[in-house]
Design a protein around this ligand. Structure first.
Ligand code: NAI
Length: 725
């Protein structure tokens, strides 16, 4: 290899070399083999021609500055190939170190996103200038993929910012900064307003600093804020691991732990040794299962879902200009805000002008908060609010090209509401219902244009929850599906697509999580242990507290309706052991959940949770009746996973990526699993291991854990759950 294929050398007659990152075979520059080879060639040349050079500018010819490690390579790393990754990583690090110690000024002119590996390249430069464009994002998001920055990012951020700031501002949260915030937080030195200014500033730095070196290569350098040996730091150190556990709730996320170890250990040794320590912790994560799960879900699956792998092809994209939101309650108010924030005009209708105005009040509150926190300007907030028109008049819906209904969960009422408005809105308006449980096909019977009717299931709170579940009814047309998909993308949310079924995918599957937790209480397991098991499995909400939020009356209502439907279709109803617990809680003890002031938990007058209800132990708990902690966790995880497989078998779910993304973003399936089907793929021993374990659980806890035929067949063939694309 004597030629650089991905880094272009452009030299002017003043002795300034511009290194242009420009991989000819990819839309973004990544740390692939071609880059590793190119970097080696470039480094040799810089050293050979050192004396005739005045300085170096590193910039990109792509939209992103540099994208980082190639995730297609990383997801394939196994313990057997880990050494290769270790060696390749060290080679890059050594070459960056050679450039950093060249004795000539090296400037990163960051003209696009520099995340992960991209920021690591920039960190090896003496001076960093970021172009202030919407596309410029800077930081180390590796932790969100179960990894750590393995290209010197831990070593250099610790030396640049100090251990505490490096961990909290960059490494542990994976925050992505825009150009200005990156400067304010010390990640870059300067901001430029235009590409011309970017290069002019880079040249000015070179002119002013003919002999640059890094702070950490300067005599007398000390890590800002001290090393762990510093008494003040040492005093705080014991709290670090505990704080980390708090952040992840004790769930098995290995990346924060390795990041902490690499930062602290690396701060106590010389630069070269620190690089090796970082590499070791990086490779350990990359070779493990959890980074693979997270890369699969949060990179590949998310990209497939958002880019429209499930959107009908050939339907022209259309933007919604004016949406009617029917019902200004909790969901309608949130949906109105999300639409207005995306620039869509909203007519928010409720039964009275007061109720509608109250719904708009929700947006007013969110806007005031965003302005106070500096997340938006008063001007933008005012414009957002001006787009929402609250009303009680049907006539105000004229011209709306989409309708999102969010009135009470009642089929007859929903039918009535659609009848009132169908002839008023645009003649081809998209008709959506935000029902969380009612079959879309039945609801569609209330409208004339059934092909334009579709389910658009938002999650609460709408402004924070990134997912929308699109439900295709039996008569929903392809065009409506495409338009619903485009609408969800227009409001910057992630759409998954499922076929109609009671509870769809999300509401049905989360029910299994809750049922399993409640069933354990009924079996006599200590309720606090059940809560702890859910938290440590990585669920964002503990199971009994979630039940209280949803109310105990809701599952009874859903159960009654589902049971009726099953029996009407000639089937037999299999009772779940959770049912008797819920029935006793409501009928015997009058505890209906948080909104009723009492549920599995006690609540204070003002609705704050005040500990688990002591009566649970009295009426349900059998002292000494503990089941293994792992069983408790896996009962919840398996119950959800097994029903998801059933949904695939039933054709309600048609895509693995949708299942993975929907489960994590919609119903809190633990992120470390990479989603509910990736959890099965990544289970110890793969699908066969999962099947064997499911059989064990079935033997101990009931038939509902018996693995389905589809799962067993796949396991026998050695397959995994993946989308054929
Ligand atoms: P809510 O009770 O807060 O709001 C319902 C609103 O509809 C009330 O403001 C009511 O005045 C209004 N309304 C009733 N009849 C109306 C009519 N004829 N015309 C216009 N407005 C009318 O209920 P929420 O929680 O907002 O739920 C609404 C829908 O969203 C339900 O179908 C529910 O199943 C679904 N959903 C709820 C979720 C949740 O977490 N609460 C999540 C996802 C969907």
């Amino acid at each position: 290899m004597t030629e650089s294929t991905t880094i272009r050398w452009e030299q002017d007659d003043t002795g300034v070399v511009t290194l242009v990152l420009d991989d000819p075979n990819q839309s973004a520059n990544t740390m692939n083999q071609a880059f590793r080879d190119s970097l080696a060639v470039i480094t040799d040349r810089l050293e050979a021609e050192r004396d005739s050079l005045r300085g170096v500018i590193l910039t990109s010819a792509k939209k992103t500055f540099f994208a980082g490690g190639d995730l297609r390579d990383l997801i394939r790393v196994t313990p057997e190939t880990a050494q290769e990754l270790f060696d390749g990583g060290l080679a890059i690090k050594r070459n960056l170190r050679r450039i950093e110690t060249l004795g000539k000024p090296v400037v990163a002119a960051i003209n696009g996103a520099a995340l992960g590996g991209g920021f690591e390249l920039a960190l090896a430069c003496h001076h960093r200038i970021a172009l202030d464009t919407p596309g410029t994002r800077i930081g180390c998001p590796e932790v969100t993929l179960g990894l750590l920055p393995g290209g010197g990012g831990v070593v250099r951020t610790v030396r640049l910012l100090g251990i505490a700031d490096a961990l909290l501002k960059v490494l542990l949260q994976g925050t992505q900064y825009n150009a200005r915030r990156a400067r304010d937080n010390g990640l870059v030195h300067e901001v430029a307003e235009s590409p011309e200014e970017l290069i002019a500033k880079a040249r000015a730095f070179i002119d002013a600093h003919p002999e640059s070196r890094q702070p950490w290569d300067t005599p007398g350098y000390k890590i800002p804020g001290g090393t762990p040996a510093h008494p003040k730091f040492a005093a705080n150190l014991p709290a670090f691991p505990a704080n980390l556990r708090k952040q992840t709730n004790g769930a098995p996320y290995p990346a924060p732990r390795n990041i902490l170890a690499a930062a602290v250990e690396g701060s106590q040794v010389d630069f070269e040794t620190a690089q090796v320590i970082e590499a070791r912790y990086f490779v350990e994560l990359a070779a493990g299962q959890i980074s693979k799960n997270m890369i699969q879900a949060f990179f590949f699956d998310l990209q497939a879902v958002n880019s429209g792998a499930n959107r009908p092809k050939g339907v022209e994209a259309r933007q919604v200009r004016k949406v009617a939101v029917l019902g200004a309650g909790m969901m309608g108010a949130g949906i109105a805000y999300a639409c207005a924030r995306a620039g869509i005009d909203v007519v928010l209708k409720d039964v009275s002008a007061e109720a509608a105005a109250k719904g708009k009040g929700y947006s007013e509150k969110l806007c005031a908060k965003a302005v106070a926190k500096g997340r938006t300007t008063q001007e933008k907030a005012d414009a957002l609010l001006a787009r929402i028109t609250p009303t009680a008049e049907t006539a105000d819906l004229a011209g709306c090209d989409a309708v999102i209904e969010a009135v009470f969960e009642d089929t007859a009422l929903k039918h009535k509401v659609f009848q009132e408005i169908e002839s008023v809105v645009a003649p081809d308006a998209l008709l959506c219902s935000n029902t969380s449980t009612l079959p879309i096909t039945t609801l569609a019977e209330g409208v004339e244009r059934q092909a334009d009717f579709i389910g658009l299931h938002f999650f609460s709170p709408v402004d924070k929850m990134p997912l929308v579940e699109i439900i295709k009814g039996e008569r929903t047309g392809e065009e409506a599906l495409a338009r619903a998909f485009d609408l969800v993308r227009q409001i910057n949310k992630t759409p998954i697509v499922v076929n109609d079924s009671r509870g769809f995918f999300t509401s049905r599957v989360i029910g299994h999580f809750i049922n399993e937790g409640v069933a354990m209480v009924g079996e006599g397991v200590e309720p606090a242990s059940v809560e702890q098991a859910a938290a440590q499995a990585g669920y964002p909400a503990k199971v009994l507290s979630l039940m209280d939020e949803l109310t105990l009356t809701l599952p009874r209502k859903i159960r009654a309706e589902t049971r009726r439907a099953v029996e009407e279709a000639g089937g037999t109803w299999t009772a779940h052991p959770a049912e008797t617990v819920v029935d006793r809680m409501v009928d015997e003890f009058g505890r209906t959940g948080r909104s009723g002031g009492a549920g599995f938990y006690d609540y204070t007058e003002d609705g704050k949770r005040a500990g688990l209800w002591p009566g649970l132990r009295e009426h349900f708990t059998k002292p000494g009746h503990d089941i293994p902690f792992r069983d408790m966790q896996e009962r919840m995880l398996f119950a959800e996973a097994l029903d998801t497989v059933r949904l695939l078998e039933e054709g309600v779910l048609t895509s693995v990526a949708d299942a993975n993304i929907g489960s994590v973003l919609g119903i809190g399936f633990p992120g470390w699993t990479g989603g509910v089907l990736q959890y099965i793929n990544g289970y110890e021993g793969g699908l066969s291991g999962f099947v064997a374990r499911a059989r064990e659980l079935a033997e101990r806890y009931g038939d509902r854990f018996t693995p389905l035929a589809l799962l067993v067949a796949k396991a026998e063939k050695g397959e995994t759950f993946t989308d054929a694309r």
